[in-house]
Design a protein. Structure first.
Ligand SMILES: [Zn+2]
Length: 152
C-alpha cells in the first residue's frame, strides 16, 4: 500500500466512520441485525467512499454482506483500488467464539482474490454498542488470524 493511500485513509477515518454509521441505520435485516460498511477506494486519480449495507430480508432467504456491497460499488464505479474498509455493526460470535465484527468466512474468501483488494487493505471495525469498541487490522492479518491463505 502506498503511504499516500494510508495517509488519505487516516485523514478521512472519522468521516468514513460517520458514513458507515449512517449506512448501518439503513441496513435491511428481518431480525434487525444491521451492518454498515464503507470502502475508501482510488481510481488512479482520486479517492471516493462507497457505502454498503447488509441485506437479509427473509429469515430463510439469502444474504449479502455490507462489505460485499461497498467493495462491489467501488469496483463498479471504476475505483479499482480499495484502500480500506470501515465496518460498523453489532459484534457476532465467530468461529473462535469471541465477539468480533471481523468479516465473515464468505467475505474472507470472496474479497481477498479480487484485484481491488490487497494484503494491506485496511479493515477498521467499530462495534455499535460495547463502548464503540474499535479494531484495526489489514486483510492479511485477518486471514492469518482466521487460518486462511491470501491469494495476493
Ligand atoms: Zn461477510
Amino acid at each position: 500500500m502506498k503511504p499516500k493511500h494510508t495517509r488519505e485513509f487516516d485523514q478521512r477515518l472519522e468521516e468514513l466512520v460517520e458514513m458507515a454509521r449512517a449506512a448501518q441505520r439503513r441496513a435491511q435485516s428481518y431480525r434487525g441485525f444491521r451492518v454498515g460498511a464503507v470502502a475508501l477506494a482510488f481510481n488512479g486519480r482520486e479517492y471516493r467512499a462507497f457505502a454498503g449495507i447488509n441485506m437479509k430480508p427473509l429469515e430463510d432467504g439469502p444474504k449479502i454482506c455490507a462489505e460485499q456491497v461497498a467493495v462491489g460499488g467501488a469496483i463498479a464505479s471504476g475505483y479499482g483500488t480499495v484502500i480500506g474498509l470501515v465496518v460498523i455493526g453489532e459484534p457476532q460470535p465467530n468461529e473462535e467464539r469471541t465477539l468480533t465484527l471481523h468479516p465473515c468466512w464468505v467475505c474472507r474468501t470472496l474479497l481477498p482474490p479480487l484485484p481491488a483488494i490487497s494484503r494491506d487493505t485496511i479493515v477498521v471495525t467499530e462495534q455499535a454498542s460495547n463502548g464503540r469498541h474499535r479494531e484495526r487490522h489489514t486483510i492479511g492479518d485477518l486471514l492469518k488470524r482466521h487460518g486462511q491463505h491470501s491469494h495476493s
